[in-house]
Design a protein around this ligand. Structure first.
Ligand code: NAP
Length: 266
């Protein structure tokens, strides 16, 4: 009976069990299970071998454990470059990061032009690093803004090809703006990572990695100026699908996974 789970702290709101169990069901993999497990940072070291001995074959990893997993698993090239693991295979003792795949697949699914485009990433944490890793491979020109210098400096060190952006006053210079901060996420739905009032050209695409709510304040403010806006729902599904394929070697039933999560968020 192959067992999978997502670990994090907090974890109660995770949508991963709904997404993966729907996939197993439609494929007729009735002995596969996927649960959520609340794990505190101090419990990680002892819990990982215990889960393996109980028959777990893989884990998704979410806040606050993505970086710590580098101490316990052999990262692949993206996970090493990004500096965080969001899926581990307990059979092979390896870790990967599928956030970058989820983002780039979703941008491509929305036919967003990336090559040669100027892209502003707001935020410099784990999601921003995954975005930088993925976007670099598309031939985009990447700038990063962060409210405090520490994480921005770490990003400049690890990805020396990026251009640091010192303010949010030059939004007109960018064809795509990506929110990689949690600002605007439920329950703080009246907050925006770019404080209003601001002006963005109509031709700019605004992509907010937040998926709860589906329409963030930043998206509403940008849409009111005529911009195309996209939320992080598609990225969520596609990073899960990439993990599914990494564990199983089978194509993920993307639409079924999407519909299951859609229903849960409704
Ligand atoms: N759609 C998806 O599949 C997907 C996947 C991954 C992540 N996400 C979302 O992406 C967001 C970021 O996640 P993460 O893992 O990168 O978090 P993280 O590692 O904690 O990084 C958070 C970043 O946001 C900045 N930030 C936090 N609060 C802020 C505030 N009040 N004002 C301005 N900047 C602020 C931080 O700046 P400082 O350095 O100054 O603290 C940091 O750069 C979350 O909302 C997460 O849910 C979505």
């Amino acid at each position: 009976m192959p067992k999978l789970a997502v670990i994090g702290d907090p974890i109660e709101h995770s949508l991963s069990p709904v997404m993966f169990n729907a996939a197993f069901q439609v494929l007729g993999w009735l002995d596969w299970t996927y649960e959520k497990i609340q794990v505190k940072p101090s419990e990680l070291k002892s819990l990982l071998p215990k889960l393996k001995s109980e028959g777990y074959i893989g884990l998704n990893v979410t806040i606050p454990h993505k970086q710590a997993m580098l101490n316990f698993f052999e990262p692949d090239t993206p996970a090493r470059a990004i500096g965080g693991i969001n899926a581990v295979d307990l059979r092979t003792h390896t870790g990967t990061n599928t956030d970058w795949v989820g983002l780039i697949d979703d941008l491509r699914a929305h036919s967003i032009k990336l090559k040669g485009q100027r892209i502003l990433i707001v935020g410099a944490g784990g999601a921003a690093r995954a975005a930088i890793y993925g976007l670099y491979q598309t031939g985009a020109h990447i700038s990063v803004f962060n409210r405090t210098p520490e994480r921005l400096n770490a990003v400049i060190h690890d990805f020396p090809f990026i251009t640091p952006e010192t303010s949010l006053n030059s939004l007109q210079n960018y064809q795509v703006i990506l929110n990689c901060t949690p600002v605007g996420m439920y329950p703080h739905v009246d907050e925006s990572p770019i404080p209003p009032p601001f002006r963005i050209p109509k031709s700019t695409v605004v992509y907010d990695l937040i998926y709860r709510p589906r329409q963030t304040k930043l998206m509403r403010l940008a849409a009111a100026q005529g911009c195309r806006v996209i939320g992080g729902f598609g990225m969520l599904i596609r990073q899960g699908a990439a993990a599914f394929e990494w564990w199983t070697g089978q194509p993920a039933p993307l639409e079924v996974m999407r519909m299951a999560v859609e229903k849960e968020l409704a």
